[in-house]
Design a protein around this ligand. Sequence first.
Ligand code: GRF
Length: 197
Amino acid sequence: MKKRVAILISGGGSNMVRLVEDMADPAHPARPVLVLANDPAAGGLEKARALGVATAVVDHRPFKGDRAAFEAAIQAELDRVEPDILCLAGFMRVLTGDFVRRWEGRMLNIHPSLLPKYRGLHTHARALEAGEREHGCTVHEVTAELDDGPILGQARVPVEPGDTPQTLAARVLAREHLLYPAVLRRFAVGDRRPVFL
Ligand code: GRF
């Protein structure tokens, strides 16, 4: 039986697209059962529909900071499709410890830095400000600590002279699109050996 994967997004969903496209391979151990966005305007929703994946929206704004209620609404959508694995892919809401504990060991995230360096936001600008010679992205299991769980994969890119946060982000994103699918293929068969690209 293939593992059932739900993907949570907030924006364009380019990582989600790559995960879904990779899961189109009949030999892939997983299949997508839902793409869920916290923003009804997320561009990834249309891309998911075009790829034939069911979608759902749980807009965080009406919950006005009531994270537990927002997450209960997410959980209700997930309960309908009963995923085995959650992939956070450009999902920009911080999840509470309660939600994470419920999914611990079954929830992945991709972060645009070489963790443990540069947890949090604006990672490319911070790496440039620090004069880093290389940068990259990390797929990790999600734990209650932000951007801190066991590392399941990393991809490195050189920082080039004249790089801006935008040029560096684009170089990293291209590697994210290779790393996340490679990690999910392993994770879906219980193989937690990290992938290094
Ligand atoms: C990517 O840089 C990813 O690392 C971060 O969100 C950005 C946008 O991702 N988590 P996507 O295009 O929405 O997948």
